[in-house]
Design a protein around this ligand. Structure first.
Ligand SMILES: NC(=O)c1ccc[n+]([C@@H]2O[C@H](COP(=O)([O-])OP(=O)(O)OC[C@H]3O[C@@H](n4cnc5c(N)ncnc54)[C@H](O)[C@@H]3O)[C@@H](O)[C@H]2O)c1
Ligand SMILES: O=c1ccn([C@@H]2O[C@H](COP(=O)(O)OP(=O)(O)O[C@H]3O[C@H](CO)[C@@H](O)[C@H](O)[C@H]3O)[C@@H](O)[C@H]2O)c(=O)[nH]1
Length: 448
């Protein structure tokens, strides 16, 4: 199939490269000229494991091209995918401006019948709204049919997720469109759920909201484990072995961040409010998450009393491992809170140093290695479970600190930390110095 993709961010680029990989002819278009220049020379503008290699391969096969010219991208396309950002607007609801601009551009430029597929996460009703905008701007008498096809990939494992997704959701009332999209995805051998447009839009929000709920739930249980002397990993494991619960997304820590959960939870709450409904569970999920992000700061205050002048080393700045994305990363709120308490804050991340410099307050000093960040520190805060921090070889590095006091917000340090007498270890959801009975998640490997 000949496909145009609008927006070459995490979703658009990964989708484009993966659709090329399964044999489609893809043209990606973006308004960001630098991004298109980078991509045209084979460079991926962000960190995403496996994507660069696959892009190289597809460029060689001549199955993918990049342009800033929408007219050229749409010229032969049978389907146009929209994957532009829908960031949180000032009222808490998604800002749809980029989507509206794209809908107008499609209307003005298409000269033949085409399917428009919305991949961006959009409030219920937006697909219909966009299809009206396209119709109003049509410069030629052509048919444009719109379908919803929400995306479920995770950053850091986006390529893997695209090839191993649990489901593909196609929302349309048009049987021919449904069939064409199902045929396009057929080589992935992923179950397809056909539904109406509004339900497809809702599936995306309800899924993210449910995953966020699991995280806030386990975080509250973790806090209770600390008070009552239980061990959260064992508790989560035991719960997860019940297949009705499932083991995934039960990792306690410092709350969820990233470009999706925080904004999508807010958007769903906003949609409920606008329709006169209330999502009370989700309101609590958000509240618990905000509080959980401060959990390590509270632990540090109760450990030190006064944080003024203390040198605090933040290890892992991106919102999760294997990405350089700093959007809504817990490190941002934690750094701000520590500075507020008068601490001196330094940091290190294996991959996201450039983005971290843009997002973190200027007072945060960044170092090129964990050793440098740790040297002379009074405490370390592990905020992202990068593999580097989970290895046994990392534990002796903590001895470079002035006082080796570690607040592990991801419970990811190797268990040998407990045998190191020089290290005072504060995990989440278990008592100080308590060993795990079961294997911890980093030993099992990351969820796939
Ligand atoms: N990031 C994820 O893991 C993820 C996963 C599933 C769904 N989503 C959803 O997918 C959408 C895209 O997210 P993202 O993280 O890929 O965004 P992103 O910010 O990484 O990328 C968006 C891209 O769209 C481009 N763009 C903006 N306006 C444009 C226009 N008028 N024409 C062409 N290009 C334009 C931007 O330059 C940018 O390159 C959002 O709705 C998001 O909620 C994201
Ligand atoms: O057990 C867990 C799992 C995740 N997290 C945190 O939750 C956030 C989100 O993690 P993850 O879901 O792995 O990353 P995202 O790339 O944000 O992916 C989510 O958001 C995407 C955008 O909508 C969806 O497509 C994905 O299905 C959904 O998992 C991160 O801060 C994680 O640290 C936890 O604290 N505990």
């Amino acid at each position: 199939m000949r496909i145009a993709i609008v927006g070459t961010g995490y979703v658009g680029l990964v989708t484009g490269v993966c659709l090329a990989k399964i044999g489609h002819q893809v043209t990606c278009v973006d308004v960001d000229e630098d991004k298109i220049a980078q991509l045209s020379s084979g460079e991926v503008p962000f960190y995403e494991p496996g994507l660069g290699e696959m892009l190289d391969q597809q460029r060689k096969e001549k199955r993918i091209a990049f342009t800033v010219n929408p007219g050229a991208a749409f010229a032969n396309a049978e389907a146009i995918f929209i994957a532009v950002g829908t960031p949180q607007g000032i009222d808490g609801m998604p800002d749809l401006q980029a989507l509206i601009t794209v809908a107008q551009t499609i209307g003005r430029n298409v000269q033949h019948d085409v399917i428009v597929v919305i991949k961006s996460t959009v409030p219920i009703g937006t697909n219909t709204f966009l299809s009206q905008i396209i119709a109003e701007h049509l410069a030629h008498p052509v048919s444009v049919r719109v379908a919803s096809n929400p995306e479920f990939l995770r950053e850091g494992s986006a390529v893997y997720d695209t090839f191993h997704g649990d489901r593909i959701v196609i929302g349309t009332d048009d049987a021919e469109v449904a069939e064409m999209l199902a045929a396009m995805y057929e080589p992935l051998h992923i179950p397809i759920l056909h539904t109406d447009i509004r339900s497809a839009e809702m599936i995306k929000y309800a899924s993210n909201a449910f995953l966020a709920t699991k995280i806030s739930f386990i975080n509250e249980i973790a806090n209770l484990c600390e008070s009552l002397g239980a061990t959260i990993e064992d508790v989560a494991r035991g719960m997860g072995m019940d297949q009705r619960i499932g083991e995934k997304f039960l990792r306690a820590g410092i709350g969820y961040g990233g470009s999706c959960f925080p904004k999508d939870v807010k958007a769903l709450l906003g949609m409920a409010e606008l329709s006169g409904d209330q999502l009370q569970i989700l309101q609590a999920v958000e509240r618990v998450n905000r509080k959980q992000q401060m959990r390590l700061v509270e632990k540090a205050v109760s450990r030190f009393g006064d944080l003024r002048g203390k040198r605090m080393a933040l290890l892992g700045l991106s919102f999760k491992p294997d990405t350089d994305d700093m959007r809504e990363a817990p490190s941002l709120g934690i750094a701000a809170a520590l500075l507020e308490h008068g601490a001196q804050v330094v940091g290190y991340d294996p991959v996201s140093m450039n983005n971290a410099r843009t997002y973190l307050p200027a007072q945060v000093e960044l170092f090129e290695s964990a050793e440098q960040a740790l040297a002379g520190a009074d405490a370390a805060f592990v905020l992202t479970e990068w593999q580097e921090f989970t290895l046994p070889a990392f534990v002796p590095k903590l001895r470079a600190m002035r006082e080796a006091i570690v607040f592990d917000g991801r419970n990811c340090l190797h268990d040998s930390v407990l045998e190191d007498d020089a290290v005072e270890y504060h995990p989440i959801g278990r008592q100080l110095g308590k060993k795990l009975v079961t294997t911890s998640f980093h030993e099992k490997g990351r969820e796939r």
